[in-house]
Design a protein around this ligand. Sequence first.
Ligand SMILES: [Zn+2]
Length: 81
Amino acid sequence: MKKCIACGMPMEKPEDHAQEDVSKNYCLHCAAPDGRMQTYKEKRENLLTFVIRTQGIDADAAVGVVETMMKDLPAWRRVKR
Ligand SMILES: [Zn+2]
């Protein structure tokens, strides 16, 4: 099964892919409105908002969670921080 390279979400259905395009290796949550993949900065901001909201932790703790999460994903392995 394919996984999103930018967030690790399994992509089972065409609708899970960006723009329902199964040739794209990132999911709908990682696509910008124009269909390109979000940048590291954009994805990081989105994940921070998500983690703070869903896990109820403060911003400082969320940064650690998000950076650890992103470090192991193929899309960001070679990104300079
Ligand atoms: Zn994704």
